[in-house]
Write a protein that binds this ligand. Sequence first.
Ligand code: TYM
Length: 325
Amino acid sequence: MARILTGVQSTGRPHMGNILGAIIPAIELANNPVNDSFLFIADLHSLTQIKNPKQLKENTLQVAATWLACGLNPEKTTFYRQSDVPQCTELSWYLNCFFPYQRLKLAHSFKDKSDRLEDVNSGLFAYPMLMASDILLYDADYVPVGKDQLQHLEMTRDVASRINHKYGEVFIIPEAKLQKDAQLIPGTDGEKMSKSRENTIDVFENEKSIKKIINKNIITDNSPLEASKDPNNSTVFHLYNLIVSSEKSSKMAENLKAGGYGWGHAKKELIEELVKSFASQREKFNHYINHPQEVEDVLQKGALKAKKVADATLNRIRESLGYNS
Ligand code: TYM
């Protein structure tokens, strides 16, 4: 039995990139009876950006509701909030003491965020060691993530190997699990979909809002209706292709190439599919948002299960390093 673990930050409502790139693939792995799974809300990571208690809580509910709406089964999966398991912050201190400052300086995500965010705090810099701690604390074998997290996984493996080299087999060395044909889901501007780039698509919105986002934010070239268009250079087609059958996708590609089919037609089909294919998740999401106590109960139960495992690993690590267990 392999142990699967992954998390999503609570910096806002998960977007289509998070859902297709990580949440749905992780749930598929978690629902497979041969796997044992830990899925969580990375709300401590969010403090690097969110300093508003009400918003932090609200975001946690939104992320939890997304996991549940997308099919996470809390009876089979240990589903919890990172901040409910403080063992994680203790381990992250230990890891920080073993990881070279110069290597942490090379983290792409830090460079990327520090160029764009106003609040560049030390937590943002140490972020990869908190993530390593999330993974190593639960002896995870596989970590399903999007491509943008691969460097963090390499750092996790690196710090675990450094400690194992010095102290014996303290940690299991985890592996990243990328989806087949792994790709980063593009946002409305064609760049990686990301909250901090403000190019996200919220699949839980109603039809009117989805329509507005797609029509207003996805920029297309101004080739005339009759012109042949290149589907491979188009964000509209790329997004459509991710959510429809191969027949439907080939049909749109043919239409675009043939001409007489405009970007307005393609956008209309994309909007219809977004509304339709996430209909059941949207309904469940709204249910959980309107029943926060139901979500809280699930998270409390998950925290108890997670803490039990975390305590056992942390004691093993404390003992190896020379602290009382
Ligand atoms: P976060 O919250 O930014 O993203 C959550 C997951 O969504 C994936 N993702 C994408 N996949 C495809 N296309 C996109 N445009 C896209 N945007 C995001 C991410 O790769 C990720 O898998 N540091 C993590 C959260 C975390 C974590 C962990 C993950 C904390 N501890 C331990 C795994 C294991 C993060 O910020 O992800």
